[in-house]
Design a protein around this ligand. Structure first.
Ligand SMILES: [Zn+2]
Length: 247
C-alpha cells in the first residue's frame, strides 16, 4: 500500500514537470518569433515621415550640376545652424541635384521632437544602415533652423523630387501637425530665402503631398486655405524685402 501510494504521488509530479517544460519552450519560441517579426517590420511609421521616401530607388543623373543660384537675392539669409551630416548612403549621399526647381515642405510626423533630435536621428542612420531619410533643413519648435544637407545636394525626403528640389522638415507639437508660430515664421523666412536664391515662383513651393499624395505636411494638406496663405506669406515677404532693398 505504501509503495503504491508513493508511485501515485510521484506520477502527477512528473507530468507537471513535463508540462512546465513544454509551456516554457512554447513561450520562449513565441517570444523569439515575435522578436524576429518586430525586427523585420519597419519602425512605427508615425516617427518616419521619410521612411517611405527612402525605400524608393533613386536614379542619379550624371549631368553637370546646374544650380541657378543668384548672388544678389533680396531676402536676407536666415539664422541657420549648419550641422552637415556625414556623407553616407543612408542620409547624405553626397550627390548634386540636377537643379533646384522646387522647395518641398514636410512635417516630421513625430510630435514634440526637436530639430536637434531629428538631425541626430538622420546622422545615426549611417550606423543603423536600416532606412534612408533626411532633409536639407529642419525647422524646430522654437523656430531654430538646422541645415543637415546643403541645398543643391540630394537629401532623402521628397521621393521622385529629391534630385530637383530642396526639402524642409518641420517640427510640431501635436497630432494636428500645425506648426508653432515660431516654426511658421522661420519656415516663411527660409522658404522665401530659397525661392529668392534660386529664382523660383509661387507655384514652385510645394508639399510632399503634391509629389506623392502623402498627407504631409498634415495640417497644410487638411487645410488647403492655410497652405495657400503660407505661400502668400512667403511671396509677400519676398516683396517686402525687395521694396526694402530698393529704398
Ligand atoms: Zn514629407
Amino acid at each position: 500500500m505504501k509503495d503504491k501510494k508513493r508511485k501515485k504521488e510521484r506520477e502527477p509530479g512528473k507530468i507537471r514537470t513535463g508540462r512546465v517544460l513544454v509551456w516554457t519552450a512554447a513561450i520562449v519560441l513565441t517570444a523569439a518569433a515575435i522578436a524576429i517579426l518586430l525586427y523585420l517590420i519597419p519602425k512605427d511609421d508615425k516617427e518616419a515621415d521619410s521612411l517611405i521616401d527612402g525605400t524608393e530607388p533613386f536614379v542619379f543623373e550624371t549631368e553637370p550640376f546646374t544650380e541657378a543660384e543668384t548672388e544678389d537675392g533680396v531676402v536676407p539669409r536666415p539664422d541657420i545652424d549648419e550641422q552637415l551630416l556625414t556623407v553616407n548612403d543612408y542620409s547624405r549621399p553626397g550627390e548634386k541635384v540636377d537643379s533646384v526647381d522646387y522647395v518641398v515642405v514636410h512635417y516630421l510626423a513625430n510630435p514634440k521632437t526637436t530639430a536637434q533630435q531629428n538631425h541626430d536621428y538622420f546622422e545615426s542612420l549611417k550606423d543603423l544602415q536600416d532606412v534612408s531619410m533626411s532633409a536639407n533643413f529642419i525647422v524646430g519648435l522654437e523656430g531654430e533652423i538646422i541645415e543637415c544637407v546643403p541645398p543643391g545636394e540630394i537629401a532623402y525626403a521628397s521621393n521622385s523630387m529629391n534630385h530637383l528640389s530642396v526639402s524642409i522638415e518641420n517640427c510640431h507639437l501635436d497630432t494636428t501637425g500645425r506648426f508653432t508660430e515660431n516654426t511658421y515664421q522661420s519656415l516663411v523666412h527660409l522658404t522665401a530665402w530659397l525661392v529668392d536664391r534660386y529664382g523660383l515662383d509661387r507655384d514652385h513651393i510645394i508639399r510632399h503631398y503634391d509629389v506623392t499624395g502623402k498627407e504631409c505636411p498634415l495640417y497644410y494638406v487638411e487645410h488647403e486655405d492655410k497652405w495657400e496663405e503660407f505661400k502668400d506669406n512667403v511671396m509677400n515677404y519676398i516683396e517686402e524685402c525687395r521694396e526694402a532693398a530698393e529704398e
